[in-house]
Design a protein around this ligand. Structure first.
Ligand code: PEP
Ligand code: MN
Length: 338
């Protein structure tokens, strides 16, 4: 239930709404907008609650039920687009961010070389997995803690902030020490204990869309993060399963404007995992940017042929540099910049 306060409602009036919700054993989240406050009243039984429970209180402008399963990620709760500040880099505004780097951290040499080349080409963030969620238990699982330390050294060398995945709720605090943005992978989008744990931190987080989940399920998963008080949620479309098997996944371009329409959260696109093949990545990246994505996540490896993970979809440094030039032109045409 969304309780919209009147413009200029007093703190005492907002407190009275919160108090009534708490007395009914309900949770609340406040959206302190510039000219009015919106109170989301959350709980499994709000459907049975009469609108008047809150409508009669002084300072209340209107009360509405959100019929969608997701609440805090919705534009009904917050109608202005969220801009997330990560160390002075704004995600969701005019700037388009590019997160680039290898699928997995493999060695210092590999990571540092990748970091230097993506930085030179103009990337905003360095990515690299230290904990890898692999389909097979016999595949390379990542360098774990040693990989995190290499990411921290690569940041010290290049100044590029780090995006890296966390797969286990027990590792959230450890990974957050090394990451500027935590990544929740597609396979963990509905790992509710992981979402709840990250929701209780203040760490910026990229939530990838699971490849068999709808946009509604994705936004409802984002609510787990937001409900814990973490407002720094960035969505990432990375392709879904369809009958089509000529690419690794089908990149759902529709989800970009759909997310923008129904949610205030920024959305970025990962063309690499959707494509599964380096030759498809540039056109998907260009299209995603043109469709309104707030950023891109692109796998780049200094030597894709030797990559331990996802070599086939990784761009070489020179292909990445060429793509960045094209992306800059598209961003500029849209009144944005990288
Ligand atoms: C990745 O970013 O390397 C990754 C494993 O992606 P996804 O979770 O989208 O498959
Ligand atoms: Mn990968």
């Amino acid at each position: 239930m969304i309780v919209e306060m009147r413009k200029g409602a007093t703190t005492a009036e907002v407190d009275a709404v919160v108090e009534r919700a708490k007395n009914l054993d309900l949770d609340v989240q406040l959206n302190l907008g510039t000219d009015k406050t919106v109170v989301a009243v959350l709980g499994s039984n709000t459907g049975q609650l009469p609108i008047d429970t809150f409508a009669v209180l002084p300072g209340v402008e209107s009360v509405a039920r959100i019929m969608k399963p997701y609440k805090l990620a919705s534009r009904e709760f917050k109608d202005t687009s969220t801009i997330i500040d990560v160390d002075g880099i704004q995600i969701g505004g005019d700037r388009v961010v590019v997160i680039a780097g290898p699928c997995a951290v493999e060695s210092e040499e590999q990571l540092f070389q990748a970091a230097r080349t993506v930085k030179e080409a103009g990337a905003t963030f360095l990515r690299g997995g230290a904990f890898k969620p692999r389909t097979s238990p016999f595949s390379f699982q990542g360098l774990e803690k040693a990989g995190l330390e290499m990411l921290t050294s690569a940041k010290a060398q290049t100044g590029l902030p780090i995006v890296t995945e966390v797969i286990d709720p027990q590792d959230v605090n450890l990974v957050a020490k090394h990451a500027d943005i935590l990544q929740i992978g597609a396979r963990n989008m509905q790992n509710f204990s992981l979402l709840t744990k990250i929701g209780k931190t203040n760490a910026p987080v990229v939530l990838k869309r699971a490849f068999s989940c709808t946009v509604t399920e994705w936004l409802t998963a984002a609510d787990y993060l937001l409900a814990g008080g973490n407002s720094k949620v960035i969505l990432c479309e990375r392709g879904i399963r369809t009958f089509e098997d000529s690419a690794r996944f089908s990149l759902d371009m529709c989800s970009i404007p759909i997310v923008k329409k129904f949610s205030h959260l920024p959305v970025i696109v990962d063309p690499s995992h959707a494509a599964g093949h380096f030759s498809l990545v540039p056109s998907l990246a260009r299209a995603a940017l043109a469709a309104g994505a707030d950023g891109l996540l692109i796998e780049v490896h200094p030597n894709p042929k030797e990559a331990l993970v996802d070599g086939l979809q990784s761009l070489t440094p020179s292909d990445f540099a060429r793509l960045m030039k094209e992306l800059e032109i598209i961003a500029r045409a849209l009144g944005r910049h990288i």
